[in-house]
Design a binder for this molecule. Structure first.
Ligand code: SF4
Ligand code: SF4
Length: 257
């Protein structure tokens, strides 16, 4: 089987919206507009590549220093009725194409987010591996043609080995991104269970958006420090582990042992 080779065509950077399937859009419409603690701040049609709060912070700083009109806006938040603030969990770029692209070059390559590092993956394999939804794992990358049909469809261990060999760092990044998603979802559940947050749920969506608009905003990771769920040092260390794919490397080692 061929190894994946990126041709630097920049298709992935030029189309940062419109990557959701109809099934995903349906699920988002059902759950992301007030039914669950985390609320989408933008309509499904405008959803673009997601950035975690700590990634958005770095990109915004870099864009400000380089004079890039980044268009990074909060995309998902929890409105906490106890602290009366909007906890921003993720951001996205409000544009059809990435505002960091100049020609076919990324102007913030070192600061790019997981969503960029994991291409040609668009979704992690492990959150969905039980269903072996291989076709859904990849976005419309033209360099995937000779690889997709030859991927293992039934054996999890063989598939892990193939993905590690063929995709290297992209595979580690998508796996790490899955693990971050899991960690954030579990952390939100814990905060709710331990009554450290009281998310607005089943609120009329328009009213909720207005409350979020008019409220103080805080990034999720900063909120965890504010409520002393972790120290600033813990937070910085954890972000470093995320950015170096530490948990993904451990998981691959375990899964292949
Ligand atoms: S990952 Fe695929 S779509 Fe993106 S630049 Fe490389 S070849 Fe093009
Ligand atoms: S940040 Fe860079 S790598 Fe990521 S989508 Fe934008 S231009 Fe592409």
């Amino acid at each position: 089987m061929d190894e994946f080779k990126c041709s630097n065509c920049a298709t992935c950077c030029k189309n940062i919206r419109g990557f959701l399937t109809e099934k995903q859009k349906k699920e988002l419409r059902k759950y992301s507009f007030g039914a669950l603690p985390m609320v989408s701040l933008i309509p499904v049609e405008r959803i673009a590549f997601p950035l975690w709060d700590f990634e958005a912070k770095k990109l915004i700083k870099d864009a400000t220093e380089k004079g890039i009109e980044h268009k990074i806006r909060p995309s998902r938040a929890i409105f906490d009725l106890d602290s009366n603030q909007a906890i921003i969990v993720s951001y996205s770029i409000d544009s059809d194409f990435c505002t960091f692209m100049k020609g076919n070059q990324c102007q913030s390559y070192e600061k790019r987010g997981f969503v960029c590092k994991m291409f040609p993956f668009q979704h992690g394999p492990f959150l969905k591996l039980e269903e072996f939804a291989i076709n859904e794992m990849f976005a419309g990358c033209p360099s995937m043609a000779n690889i997709l049909d030859n991927l293992e469809k039934f054996d999890k261990k063989k598939l892990t080995m193939q993905l590690k060999e063929k995709f290297g760092d992209s595979f580690l990044s998508v796996l790490q991104s899955d693990l971050i998603t899991q960690w954030i979802n579990n952390m939100i559940l814990t905060l709710v269970k331990e009554k450290k947050i009281r998310p607005a749920m089943n609120y009329p969506y328009d009213l909720l958006l207005k409350r979020i608009d008019n409220s103080k905003k805080i990034d999720f990771m900063d909120f965890l420090v504010e409520i002393k769920e972790m120290t600033k040092e813990d937070k910085d260390n954890l972000i470093h582990c995320f950015e170096t794919n530490h948990h993904a490397k451990e998981k691959v080692k375990d899964d292949l042992s």
